[in-house]
Write a protein that binds this ligand. Structure first.
Ligand SMILES: [Zn+2]
Length: 230
């Protein structure tokens, strides 16, 4: 991690006497400074304290985002915002993708996190199918696909030609999901990050850099559910 890759927001206050830093995720932080501190001075403060800030960013990159489960709160599915609405109904949840609404049964409001987890788990097959279909279409020697709630990696593959995908990818746009899938499928041919690997990836997914950037910028927004790191 490098401090120059990060983005920050300066928050000035007349009442503040000391400098404070709050990291939102691996790449974003807020720096709180007294009113009279110039932008240039802030840059100097950041550079002088980069080790400390990097530690805060590292810590923030692993945390789960807390959702305040209220009517009107939004979550992501395929990069699209879904609004949560609590209504009286028989089902646990009901998705209306056209209306961008995910209905949750009022009765289960206090268990919203578990309901949301169940909702995403019911979509796991979509990631698995996409991976299987791309492997079949482009003749990658894929064995099995797993989807798990992993936070540290978007995907991985094994010597047994199994691919594992992070469930959080379901929240990312389809092209981003496809990029990670191609990344892992290309590893079945090249287990490294060699130029040959990148040439192959580029041939299937020419916009991969754009998708990689999307994950870097938005990845933290996706980590809203408990992880099950293995
Ligand atoms: Zn890789």
């Amino acid at each position: 991690m490098n401090i120059s890759d990060t983005k920050y927001k300066i928050i000035r206050s007349t009442r503040r006497k000391r400098v404070g830093v709050r990291a939102q995720d691996a790449n974003h932080f807020e720096i709180f400074v007294p009113e009279h501190i110039s932008d240039e001075a802030v840059v100097k403060i950041i550079i002088a304290n980069r080790e400390h800030i990097l530690r805060l960013l590292e810590k923030a990159s692993h945390k789960k985002i807390k959702i305040d489960y209220q009517d009107g709160v939004t979550v992501l599915l395929q990069g699209k915002e879904l609004t949560l609405r609590y209504i009286d109904m028989e089902y646990l949840w009901d998705l209306n993708f056209e209306e961008s609404t995910l209905y949750i049964a009022n009765e289960y409001r206090t268990m919203s996190e578990a309901v949301l987890k169940n909702f995403y788990e019911q979509q796991f097959f979509k990631l698995k199918d996409m991976c299987q279909e791309l492997a079949t279409r482009y003749k990658f020697p894929l064995n099995k696909v797993y989807v798990r709630w992993t936070k540290s990696k978007w995907g991985s593959c094994s010597s047994l030609k199994n691919v594992s995908l992070s469930a959080y990818l379901l929240m990312a746009p389809l092209q981003v999901q496809e990029y990670i899938i191609f990344h892992e499928l290309c590893h079945l041919m090249h287990p490294d990050h060699s130029p040959a690997f990148y040439d192959l990836l580029e041939s299937y997914c020419p916009e991969w850099k754009e998708h990689k950037l999307w994950l870097k910028e938005n990845g933290w927004r996706l980590r809203i559910l408990p992880h099950s790191e293995v």
